[in-house]
Design a protein around this ligand. Sequence first.
Ligand code: FE
Length: 349
Amino acid sequence: MKGNRSNLNKILLAAVSVLATASVAAADGEVNIYSYRQPDLIKPLLDTFTKETGITTNVLFLDKGLVERIQAEGVNSPADVIMTVDISRLVEAKDGGVTQPVVDNETINKDIPANFRDPAGEWFGLTTRGRVVYASKDRVGQDTITYEELADPKWKGKICIRDGQHSYNIGLFASMIAAHGEEYTEKWLKDFKNNLARKPAGGDRDQAKAILAGECDIALGNTYYVGLMQTNEKEPEQKEWAAAIKILFPNSADRGTHVNISGMALAKNAPNKENALKLMEFLASGEAQKIYGEQVFEYPVMPGAEPSDVVKAWGPIKADTLPLSDIAANRKKASELVDKVGFNEGPES
Ligand code: FE
């Protein structure tokens, strides 16, 4: 995803003022970041980190194969820190053996709730994104919804969604397994599939576009895409897609809306481990989360930390408190169920 460059100066200034009181640079050296996240999204924070500590940051941006690369580099890997989005990728790094634990770090644990940290300390989240319902402002009267309700026949032919195997959907389906068990989730997925307006396709933003076009009434999408559409000066037609929808935060009245995280991990053979830990502590702070979250239209994981004005305007989110590690544990089952019910083949009749 792309950042909102118009906010860059503002964020940079905020970052400087927030951290002006922090202790002044003591150590020198560098830290190497392997990132699935666009460098411009994290640059303002990294610049502030360098200003405060004297530690230079080097970002290697990859759009795939990050784990394989670190594996291939082996003990000589220059990677110190991994930054990515989605629990699937953090777990992939852990399972791929390219991370090492950071445990009992009081600075990190203070501002990162336990449900957003790996119990073994191999990764933690910095920001969250909700998997919400985009609903047509014109055609959907209700202002509340549950994930369970997506299987209700009243939505027949009215729902759009991207590929069922996409990690964003797998995370949600895994949370359904955690909440209701496998048997319920299989039936739910089957009924949900039969409510689809068309075969799963496109990205999350395409579903909002389809709502504007009248192809469906509701869709699943991540929260930050709404911010990206609302502020999109490069492709202003996306503002119209966003204007056609309202966000419904599913399950606000019970367990809360499913959220996923963007997060980080310490690389297994980090050559600059001390600097890496300094960077992790820096980014874990509630203030840094806030600035980072603002840049990417996400929510800081620290309880009570406010998101940006754009995000706040969507209304409050009550996040499901299910540990992300439980979601990770159910991902494989979720993926199997998607295939089993033929989710990606679309509705049966
Ligand atoms: Fe995305």
